[in-house]
Design a binder for this molecule. Structure first.
Ligand code: SF4
Length: 217
């Protein structure tokens, strides 16, 4: 087993033992996961929850409903999530793609192979790699690794990545060293977010008390 693989497995084991299962993604349906993944860009989750609650209370949490809703009305409903005009357009772009590709059928969407489907999602205006991978993993149950700021920070601090590592380099580190496993990738990303929130802070990381202390030794 390579050293990097051993460290990545040890990191996962320590995080899981310390924090336990994170039960991600909090949503009632795959479409709600997709809406959350688009709305959470540059916004705290509590604000996304308000927008999702509004959509659900109005009976609008479905591809058909969003497809038929004028973008101006959608923007007003999701206003609590911030950047609401941009995010309303992004939601519309996604459902327009979904109807063009599969007639609005999420099951048919996620029946497609990971790599070509990922390329399709990345071609949608406003869907970047973190959003695409979140949709694929948490809504589509595809074995792709989601990378965020916390992931990069933690791996760089443990010298597993160079400081200028790109999104794809970071994702490739996990994808090339770990078996493709939806449940593990689901937990691993959620656990890294937890570590970034609690110990591996941007300033003054709490290394002395951290469950990951001494990982590379
Ligand atoms: S807080 Fe320190 S020990 Fe914990 S993950 Fe960050 S750099 Fe590593």
């Amino acid at each position: 087993m390579s050293k990097k693989k051993r460290i990545l497995l040890e990191l996962y084991r320590r995080l899981y033992d310390s924090f336990g299962p994170r039960h991600w993604w909090p949503a009632d349906s795959p479409f709600e996961v997709i809406v959350g993944a688009i709305l959470t860009q540059n916004t705290a989750w509590r604000n996304v929850e308000k927008a999702i609650t509004s959509l659900k209370s109005l009976g609008l949490m479905s591809p058909e409903a969003i497809y038929n809703l004028p973008v101006r009305d959608l923007a007003l409903i999701i206003k609590p999530s911030g950047y609401y005009n941009i995010k309303a357009r992004r939601l519309k772009h996604f459902v327009e793609f979904l109807f063009a590709d599969t007639g609005g059928d999420l099951k048919r969407l996620f029946d497609q192979e990971l790599d070509p489907l990922r390329r399709k999602l990345l071609s949608i205006n406003g869907i970047g790699p973190e959003t695409a991978d979140s949709i694929l993993l948490y809504a589509g149950e595809k074995p792709t690794f989601v990378v965020d700021t916390y992931t990069r920070r933690i791996l760089m601090r443990h010298l597993l990545l160079p400081e200028d590592a790109s999104y794809d380099e970071t994702r490739d580190l996990f994808m090339s060293h770990l078996e493709p496993c939806v449940s593990m990738f689901n937990e691993y990303h959620a656990l890294l977010v937890k570590l970034g929130h609690t110990f591996c802070l941007k300033r003054n990381p709490r290394c002395q008390d951290c469950p990951v202390k001494g990982l590379n030794e």
